[in-house]
Design a protein around this ligand. Structure first.
Ligand SMILES: *[C@@H]1O[C@H](CO)[C@@H](O)[C@H](O)[C@H]1NC(C)=O
Ligand SMILES: *[C@@H]1O[C@H](CO)[C@@H](O)[C@H](O)[C@H]1NC(C)=O
Ligand SMILES: *[C@@H]1O[C@H](CO)[C@@H](O)[C@H](O)[C@H]1NC(C)=O
Ligand SMILES: *[C@@H]1O[C@H](CO)[C@@H](O)[C@H](O)[C@H]1NC(C)=O
Length: 419
C-alpha cells in the first residue's frame, strides 16, 4: 500500500522531557504519510482510467478500489435475478430517471424475448450444460419468465363474505378422491368453531405430453357441483408448482384480499382445522400481521445429485436457500399474502415452489416461524393410529383419502376423551 513509508520498529510513546522534539517528529511523519496517500490515490485513478481507455465496454463505476465491481453471475437464475434486483433498486431507479450518471453494465441488457411468454432461446447458449439437463429443466427454463396463463375455472364470489380462514389446496385434476375427502372433513367450507372457512382447490391443466385420459368432463361436473375449483391453463407439473403459487397469490389479491388468514397445503395432508382456528384466535394483532408459520427448513441449499427430485444444477442456481416452510402446508395472514404477491414480481421463478416462497418472504425482510404442530415429515409410526395424538397437531403429511376420513372424527367427536 505505502511502499515509501519507512517502518518505525522502535517508535514508542515519548515521556516528559523530549516532548517538543517528538512533536516535531510526529508532524514530519504525518506529512510523509499524507504525501504517500496522495500518490497512491493519484496512481490508482490513473491506472483505472487507462484500463477503461483500453476496454470501453468495462463498467464505469468510479474507483474500483472502493466500490464492489458489478459482475454477472454465471448461473442463469442468479443472472436473471441480479437484473431484477438492479431494476427494482430504488436508488438506482432514481439515478436512472435523473440522467446518464449511471452507466449500466452490459450484462444488464435484456436479450430475452420481447413477449415473456415466448420461449426464451437464450437458454441454449447461456446454460453451458443445457443439453445434458433433465427434460423438466428444458420445460422450465424455456418458459421461466411467463406468469400469465388464462383462467379456465374461476370462483370470483367465494370470498364475498370475507372469510376468517381461506383453505387453499394444491391439487391435480385426477385427484378427485383426495379433494372429496378434504371437503367432507378438514376442509369443509362453512362455519367452524364460529368462524367462516372457505376452501378452494388449485389446478393447472393436463398436457397431452403427460398422457392423461380426458378428465375435463368430470372436472366440469365437479366444478359445478362444489364451486370450489380454480383452474389455469398451464401444464400441471412439479416444476410448475411455483407458477401455481404465483397465480394463486394474484387471484387472492384480486378476489379474496380481505380473508384474514390463509392455510395453504397439499391434497395429501391432514389438517386439524379446530387447532388452526384456536391458534389464530390467540394471536396478538402485531403477530397476526406478519404471520407465516409452518415446518421451517433453515440452512438448506440446492442438491447437486442429478438423480434427486430436488436436483438443481450449478449452471442454473448457486447460493444457499433462505429459510422456508415446507410446501406440505403453512399458515399465513391474508395481509402478508398480498405483500407476497407484490414481492413475487421481483423474484425470478424458481423451480421449487416452497423455496420460492421463502425467497419472496426474504425480499420482504421476513422469515417463516417454525411451529412444532406442522408435521410435514409425518409423526412416529407407532403413534399414527393413536386418536388423541391428532388433537394437538396442526398438520400432518401424508395421509390417503380414507385415512383422512378415519382421522377426522377423532378430532371432532366430543365423546372421545383425551384427557
Ligand atoms: C447494451 O446497451 C447499450 C445501450 O443501452 C449499448 O450501448 C451496448 O452496446 C449494449 N451491449 C450489448 C452487449 O448489447
Ligand atoms: C361468534 O362470532 C361472532 C363474531 O365473529 C361473535 O360476535 C359471537 O359472540 C361469537 N359467538 C360465540 C358463541 O362465540
Ligand atoms: C409449465 O407450463 C407451461 C404452460 O403450459 C409450459 O410451457 C411449461 O413447459 C411448463 N413447465 C414445466 C416445467 O412443465
Ligand atoms: C407493491 O409494490 C409497489 C411497487 O412495486 C408499491 O408501490 C406498492 O405500494 C406495493 N403494494 C403493497 C400493498 O405493498
Amino acid at each position: 500500500m505505502f511502499p515509501n513509508v519507512p517502518l518505525y520498529p522502535g517508535f514508542v510513546m515519548p515521556r516528559g522531557g523530549n516532548m517538543q522534539l517528538t512533536c516535531r517528529k510526529a508532524r514530519l511523519l504525518c506529512v510523509v504519510i499524507m504525501f504517500n496517500i496522495c500518490i497512491c490515490v493519484l496512481m490508482s485513478v490513473k491506472w483505472n482510467r487507462r484500463r477503461h481507455d483500453k476496454d470501453p465496454r468495462k463498467v464505469r463505476i468510479p474507483s474500483e478500489r472502493f466500490w464492489r465491481p458489478q459482475i454477472a453471475s454465471e448461473s442463469f437464475w442468479n443472472k436473471e435475478q441480479q437484473r431484477l434486483d438492479f431494476l427494482y433498486n430504488p436508488i438506482i431507479n432514481s439515478a436512472l430517471s435523473d440522467d446518464s450518471l449511471v452507466v449500466l453494465p452490459d450484462w444488464l441488457n435484456d436479450t430475452g424475448p420481447l413477449n415473456p411468454c415466448d420461449p426464451d432461446y437464450r437458454v441454449f447458449t447461456q446454460i453451458s450444460d443445457y443439453n445434458s439437463l433433465p427434460q423438466r429443466f428444458h420445460d422450465f427454463l424455456l418458459h421461466m419468465r411467463c406468469r400469465t396463463y388464462p383462467m379456465l375455472i374461476n370462483q370470483p364470489h367465494v370470498c364475498d363474505e370475507s372469510p376468517f380462514l381461506l383453505v387453499v389446496v394444491k391439487s391435480l385434476i385426477p385427484h378427485f378422491d383426495r379433494r372429496q375427502a378434504i371437503r367432507e372433513t378438514w376442509g369443509r367450507a362453512g362455519v367452524f368453531a364460529n368462524r367462516t372457512v372457505v376452501t378452494v382447490f388449485l389446478l393447472g391443466n393436463t398436457s397431452p405430453l403427460d398422457n392423461f385420459p380426458d378428465l375435463l368432463g368430470m372436472l366440469g361436473h365437479e366444478a359445478k357441483l362444489h364451486n370450489d375449483l380454480l383452474q389455469w391453463d398451464y401444464r400441471d407439473s412439479f416444476f410448475n408448482l411455483t407458477l401455481k403459487e404465483v397465480l394463486f397469490l394474484e387471484w387472492f389479491s384480486k378476489h379474496c384480499p380481505l380473508a384474514q388468514y390463509v392455510l395453504k397445503g397439499d391434497d395429501d395432508v391432514f389438517v386439524n382445522t379446530l387447532q388452526v382456528i384456536d391458534l389464530l384466535e390467540g394471536l396478538s394483532d402485531n403477530k397476526a400481521k406478519d404471520l407465516f408459520i409452518g415446518d421451517v427448513i433453515s440452512n438448506a441449499g440446492p442438491h447437486r445429485n442429478e438423480n434427486l427430485k430436488y436436483f438443481i444444477p450449478e449452471s442454473v442456481f448457486v447460493g444457499q436457500y433462505p429459510p422456508y416452510a415446507g410446501g406440505g402446508g403453512y399458515l399465513l395472514s391474508g395481509e402478508l399474502a398480498i405483500r407476497l404477491y407484490n414481492a413475487s414480481q421481483q423474484v425470478v421463478l424458481f423451480p421449487i415452489d416452497d423455496v420460492y416462497t421463502g425467497m419472496c418472504l426474504r425480499k420482504l425482510g421476513l422469515a417463516p416461524t417454525k411451529h412444532s404442530g406442522f408435521k410435514t415429515f409425518d409423526i412416529d409410526i407407532k403413534y399414527r393410529s393413536t386418536p388423541c395424538i391428532y388433537r394437538n397437531l396442526v398438520l400432518v403429511h401424508s395421509r390417503k383419502p380414507q385415512e383422512i376420513i378415519e382421522i377426522w372424527p377423532w378430532i371432532v367427536n366430543p365423546e372421545l376423551d383425551c384427557q
